[in-house]
Ligand binder design. Structure first.
Ligand SMILES: [Zn+2]
Length: 275
């Protein structure tokens, strides 16, 4: 195993419906809703340049939310849920956990779900998975999104409060509750770094872009079965930085700039050859 280089994948994530990536009430001081969205707890100075910060209270999407959702979807796609279920002997809690085999494509890209896996593989004389190939960074709103939200909703307000009703089957009485969401149309900037450690890692790059495609046909955050969380990926830029780049001996290579997910998928085979 020898480090070969990294794909730097930048993208925009656009909310096509209201988006609810949840925080907790204890962490954030918000009145009036039981379901706050994740918000930046401390201003991020100069994030947009020219002294423009991400203000305290602006919504953001933790990288762990994208990573966790993408992984769970890919475990279904690549048949890992079935494997875990088969091994759990009816223990549903165990059956629903992330794959911990340490050998499948999902474990290699996202990391094994159990720290003991490394020891087990060593004892069995099997190949170690190595470091998780992909890193998912937190997403912050674009400057334009923040401006637009404040223009429409008011200074320092970036979210909508949606009321949902549960209807009593007998009395027909509605039992309303309030849900906080990031309004549809909001855009966030994100970054994924994919490291290559061996030539066969190139095939694993599929999981990143296939995961994005699957996520577009699923939902991010909560309440996806009732309208929230539909998203799309756009403005995808990909750069390849070989190991020598980090020794100051090679240049980075721009592989794609501001392209769609479909275009990225069509270029994948060509990009893989870099690894
Ligand atoms: Zn696995």
């Amino acid at each position: 195993m020898r480090y070969k280089g990294s794909f730097i994948i930048e993208y925009r994530l656009r909310a096509l419906t209201g988006l609810r990536v949840g925080g907790s009430k204890e962490e954030f001081d918000i009145g009036g809703t039981d379901n706050p969205v994740m918000k930046v707890p401390v201003e991020i100075p100069d994030y947009y340049g020219e002294n423009k910060p991400v203000p305290k209270g602006a919504p953001y999407i933790p990288g762990s939310s994208i990573k966790g959702k993408m992984r769970s979807l890919l475990e279904w796609v690549y048949g890992r849920v079935e494997v875990m279920y088969g091994r759990a002997n009816g223990d549903i809690e165990k059956a629903g956990k992330p794959c911990d085999c340490g050998e499948c494509e999902v474990c290699i890209v996202f990391g094994t779900g159990d720290a003991k896996t490394y020891e087990r593989l060593a004892k069995e004389g099997k190949e170690q998975p190595g470091p998780p190939r992909a890193k998912f960074f937190d997403l912050y709103p674009t400057e334009k999104t923040l401006e637009k939200l404040e223009d429409t909703l008011g200074k320092g307000i970036f979210t909508e409060i949606k009321t949902e009703n549960q209807i009593n089957r007998i009395t027909s009485r509605a039992n309303p509750r309030k849900v906080e969401r990031v309004p549809a149309g909001a855009e966030f900037e994100g970054r994924i770094i994919f490291d290559c450690f061996k030539e066969k890692d190139r095939e694993l790059l599929d999981l990143i872009f296939n995961g994005m495609r699957k996520l577009e046909d699923n939902f991010l955050g909560g309440y996806g079965s009732r309208g929230s969380g539909r998203i799309e990926f756009k403005n995808i830029s990909v750069i390849w930085r070989p190991a020598d780049y980090y020794k100051g001996k090679a240049q980075e290579e721009k592989l794609g700039e501001d392209i769609t997910l479909e275009e990225a998928l069509s270029k994948l085979e060509e990009w893989k050859k870099k690894c």
